[in-house]
Design a protein around this ligand. Structure first.
Ligand code: ADP
Ligand code: MG
Ligand code: MG
Length: 209
């Protein structure tokens, strides 16, 4: 498959591995302490699996492979959620073929968000990855409407995602394992919102490299 995509996927794997302990410690505080382990396992498998794709594989096929690999290798809530996100992103990528890259990425992000919401039945304010991705999508679209180039739209999305992660500290979890803690989840940032933000930052670093 295309070397730029391989570079991006390898960078994602390396950065997730570097943050594995941190993501796990965030999950130890309000969950079962495996989010970093889950993400690392998933992205190591993804980096291996995408190498089996033919050189002519295009974005929809690559995203679909990422999604299916995450579903089959990541245990826990985040595997099916991220997996569905990438599968829906793949659908959007194929529907958006021919659009300029900035618009294409906006559709991909929107597809990923809808996938997570459909799969997890969460809306904003429930202390999940939705609290990072939904504001990121809104900010990205604002950038697009303002005619900003893709890297700027993506930086706006990252900033909104970082604020979304901060926001998760101020709310009580009502979805996922952290919801078992009720008010004791207050003051802690959500691990899934944090990894979602990290993935956006990895993509932003890649387009700005
Ligand atoms: P598990 O909770 O099964 O151990 P992980 O630790 O890998 O799975 O992932 C936990 C993250 O999954 C949470 O921090 C949260 O962001 C996300 N999550 C859990 N349930 C949902 C849901 N219903 N909708 C969206 N995100 C969710
Ligand atoms: Mg966990
Ligand atoms: Mg778990």
């Amino acid at each position: 498959m295309n070397t730029a995509m391989l570079t991006l996927i390898d960078a994602a794997k390396e950065k997730i591995l570097a943050q594995k302990e941190w993501l796990t410690s965030l999950d130890a505080a309000i969950g079962d302490g495996d989010h970093g382990i889950n993400m690392a396992r998933g992205f190591e498998a993804v980096a291996t699996k995408v190498r089996t794709l033919p050189p002519e594989a295009e974005l929809p096929a690559i995203l679909k492979t990422v999604g299916m690999t995450l579903i089959s290798t990541v245990g826990g809530a985040s595997g099916p959620l991220y997996g569905t996100a990438f599968l829906r992103a793949a659908d959007q990528a194929s529907k958006s073929a021919g659009l300029p890259a900035a618009a294409l990425l906006g559709n991909i992000l929107a597809g990923a968000l809808q996938g997570i919401k459909d799969r997890g039945k969460a809306t904003t304010g429930e202390k999940t990855m939705v609290d990072a991705l939904e504001p990121a999508c809104v900010a990205y679209d604002r950038g697009l409407t303002e005619g900003k180039p893709l890297p700027v739209c993506l930086e706006m999305a990252c900033e909104a995602a970082r604020q979304g992660v901060e926001y998760t500290k101020t709310i009580i979890a009502t979805k996922g394992r952290a919801s078992y803690l009720g008010e004791r989840s207050l003051g802690h940032q959500d691990p899934g919102a944090t990894s979602l933000c990290l993935l956006l930052e990895i993509l932003s670093d890649f387009v700005n490299r």
